[in-house]
Design a protein around this ligand. Sequence first.
Ligand code: NDP
Ligand code: GDR
Length: 354
Amino acid sequence: MTQFPPRNNKRALITGITGQDGSYLAELLISKGYDVWGMIRRSSCFNTKRIDHIYQDPHEPDVRLRLCHGDLNDASSINHVLRTVEPDEIYNLGAQSHVKVSFEVPEYTTDVTGIGVIRLLEAMREEGIRAKFYQASSSEQFGIAKESPQSETTPFAPQSPYAVAKVLAYFATSIYRKSYGMFAVNGILFNHESPRRGETFVTRKISRAAARIAIGTQDCLFLGNLAAARDWGFAGDYVEAMWLMLQQPEPTDYVISTGEAHSVREFCEICFAEVGLPLKWEGEGLNETGIGPDGRVLVRVDPRYFRPAEVDHLLGDSSKAHRELGWKPTISFEQLAKMMVSSDMQIESEGIEH
Ligand code: NDP
Ligand code: GDR
């Protein structure tokens, strides 16, 4: 691995830097004067498109973003990365993050998303790294919780292998904090989206399909549970909360959310209306369809997108974050949907990626 110049700035290590949140967080930390290291996995083709715009040739002077290979499945690689980087702050965003996919690869998901966190925390202990540690915990941990809205004190009721793995990681983080005096925190983040959201998560699947249907490269969008409701915010706002959590005098966990829940159906309505195809809903259950202005069926239900166990409704209470971090979301649900569909219109019509 490359030898790095002496440190002038704070150093942050981000696992999962090639993902949606990793790219926004890297931008934020660079803007705050950090030197940022991203841990990436080897891939047979380039998988860094979300960070290409901030990547610099390592031979340039004043390089602020560096990448190194490592994998949450591989303890020795994690130890090596920590020894080399010697970070001041670690943001663990790496995960097999797709809930539906976790039912298909449950053991792998548990290994990366759950045990990967123990590997990282153990590596910090072994290497004597006293960095502040952020764990990307999730509202999915609340699952079918009896309480709504969900806050830091709501008991977990996970409904998927992904959520179980995140619960494991959550408790590992708080146990290491209590047992070894580490500055280790859980950000329990509700769904957050952006034009950089992966194409198989429902919001991006919808915004992309609306754009493609509007320009004529797709006929129909197939979805699962249209009634599922989530508390959806903007990823750019949520990475700010991650950073704020590590700047507090004491380590503690925070829920981050907007405090509003909306259904998949509502997200469709905004996106399709925005591209000039306002939807009318007809039928029920498996036969429910979204009809466009010219009578064409634009949205259908396909049971293949149902999950073996569904989380129907999640709504967050982030009053602790408002109070202690001074954090508030800046982008509304409607603005978010419009931002995503307008970006997808540009990508689909001009081939321009952001
Ligand atoms: P993405 O799926 O967009 O990104 C996941 C990242 O993890 C990618 O960089 C991926 O790398 C990396 N990764 C996957 N497997 C491994 C592995 N074995 N070792 C190292 N890295 C790996 O997720 P998001 O950016 O949306 O989410 C970031 C984190 O926050 C995740 O942990 C997610 O579970 C959690 N979270 C997300 C929420 C959301 O709404 N977005 C809400 C709550 C929590 P590669 O590109 O190579 O696949
Ligand atoms: P989620 O996000 O499972 O909440 O996990 P996703 O966008 O996959 O699903 C949200 C809701 O939409 C319903 N849905 C569909 N989902 C997908 N992916 N595809 C479909 O066609 C479809 N139709 C309906 C789902 O059933 C679900 O109820 C995300 C991830 O980012 C996790 O990593 C993170 O922890 C949680 O958000 C908070």
